[in-house]
Design a protein around this ligand. Structure first.
Ligand SMILES: [Zn+2]
Length: 129
């Protein structure tokens, strides 16, 4: 495809060379051209066209942290609304806000750090024997 800012054949050649050097193709893509990123044996993450790309993982981490912050904020406000509804004597609204809290807590429990998620998987695999 022309006009994407890189020569496709040249990019494929570079990708092949990276893999021959033992680089691992990652799930993430370069934000500039959408090509898959590669992790070199040295640990560096590179785009076959642009070379070193360091921003991607930290940007993603920052966004993930922001999402978690928003969900915690929703949970906090919902909890305050439960109190308000309690004072108003509105059991239907109390139930609705409790449902919101329950949803946020489910989301937060699914978003545990990677290590504990892997631990959980290992445990469930061990249990399957
Ligand atoms: Zn790139």
């Amino acid at each position: 495809m022309a006009g994407r800012g890189y020569d496709r054949e040249e990019a494929l050649r570079k990708m092949t060379r990276l893999m021959m050097q033992g680089a691992v193709m990652l799930g993430e893509t370069c934000p500039l051209d959408g090509l898959p990123l590669f992790r070199l044996k040295s640990g560096e993450v590179v785009c076959p066209v642009h070379g070193r790309v360091l921003i991607v993982s930290t940007d993603e981490e920052a966004r993930e942290a922001e999402i978690e912050g928003i969900i915690r904020e929703v949970r906090y406000r919902a909890a305050r609304n439960v109190l308000e509804s309690l004072e108003e004597g509105d059991p239907k609204r109390i139930k609705e806000w409790l449902d919101v809290i329950e949803s946020t807590e489910r989301i937060l429990s699914l978003r545990k750090p990677l290590e504990s998620r892997e631990e959980g998987e290992a445990r469930s695999k061990a249990g399957k024997k």
